[in-house]
Ligand binder design. Sequence first.
Ligand SMILES: Cc1cc2nc3c(=O)[nH]c(=O)nc-3n(C[C@H](O)[C@H](O)[C@H](O)COP(=O)(O)OP(=O)(O)OC[C@H]3O[C@@H](n4cnc5c(N)ncnc54)[C@H](O)[C@@H]3O)c2cc1C
Length: 449
Amino acid sequence: MTEKSLAELRRSVAGAIIAPVDAGYDDARRCFNALVDRRPAVIVRCFGADDVATALDFARTQALEVAVRGGGHNPAGHCVCDGGLAIDLSLMRRVDVNGDARTARAEDGATWLDFDSATQACCLVTPGGVVGSTGVAGLTFGGGIGHLTAQHGLTCDNLVGAELVTPDGSVVHATADENSDLLWGIRGGGGNFGVATRLEFRLHPLERVIGGRLVYAGKGVSEALRRFRDLVARAPRDLSCGAVLAADDSLEPILIVAPCYTGAEDDPEELRSLRSAPGLVDHGVHPHSFLAQQHVFNPPYGEDRNYWKSTFVRELPDELLDELLRRMAALGRPPGQVLFESLHGAPKDAEVENNGAVGFRQAAFNISAMATWRDTAVDEDHIGWARDTAAAIEPWSVSGGYVNYMQADEPIERVRAAFGEETFARLQALKTRYDPDNVLRRNQNIPPL
Ligand SMILES: Cc1cc2nc3c(=O)[nH]c(=O)nc-3n(C[C@H](O)[C@H](O)[C@H](O)COP(=O)(O)OP(=O)(O)OC[C@H]3O[C@@H](n4cnc5c(N)ncnc54)[C@H](O)[C@@H]3O)c2cc1C
């Protein structure tokens, strides 16, 4: 890439070009995971589908690897690449809501906070992720598990249309009537087929939730964790509920349970049961807005080093819970956390089963070993902890793990297992049609045939 070609690129986009010499380069290349430190040759902050096509064309003519950035949260750091071109969509965040049709159209750089703020202004919602700064497109393309999963399914189940720029620069639309196979593929198959510039979602009415977090500490955590598991197994679909297991500085376990109830009762039996579990030290569950619920977890951006490994499991037996509790002390310092995401309720509905490239609906939970730390000197210890913890969960595994949480070093076999053989083969055929040269390979990659 020459000075001249870069100058031409600067003139040909409506958005902004950020090269290493430009102010703001270090901020623009930073992503959620501080473990990732990559230096793209150029970052193209796109403003519209034409800019995306121009960026893809420039990358092709200059033989640059391509990365695509939405919210910058992918733990593998797929939104940046060394020496390549990063297509940054963060200028494109508009969300338009059609209250009568109960649909919303989001530009491809919108975050969940952008999206939920717009839809909640009309008392509507679609099930997204649990952290507001996560990108809508990136999360949706990997499935999408969050505070309303039991009620309304995975995020991708609610995706009804998309506009994408394919690597050859064409603009394609994917709906139930037009390129329906592409819609099927982006519902779970990741950003493998094109750069999405607009997504359209189905919305559901929602005025308030009963939510927040319950915190348990010390010896009661073991019993509270079992209570969470049993409750979720029989929970009605108007209650989604996740949990996070961590440890304090003296390595005593801490459990945070985050329910999100949308039914008509003021104090449902399931929440009473959680409140009465032993070890409760903080009861922060009450009626509030869904936007407040989206702030229950607010991790800092770009500060912690992260290494995650997720496993879908068919059950959560006592033996596994006890092992996970032991693992919280195994490193001799707080290792990070284990996240429990339940897949009960709407994700299991028969009518959504074949509508997307999702291979984990049959699982009961997604269990993720999420090592987090700051000191670069202990990288290997924490990475080892996440790997060993995932290995301890593996005997109960039903698929290769959640693509949205995968690190870059996951082998292709785990990506393949995440979808299952049949779905993976269908995704490969789709990839061959839309991206035969694997231009979009910095992702949980589906290689073309
Ligand atoms: C703090 C945190 C909380 C999270 N919470 C949840 C959660 O509650 N539920 C859940 O399911 N997941 C969650 N995730 C995982 C997250 O959904 C995925 O990592 C997702 O890929 C992040 O999307 P992004 O746009 O923010 O990330 P980016 O790193 O910007 O993008 C990730 C990848 O998505 C693809 N992509 C993004 N935008 C586009 C586009 N417009 N067109 C084509 N491809 C695109 C690209 O392949 C890109 O490399 C969380 C991650 C973090 C770090």
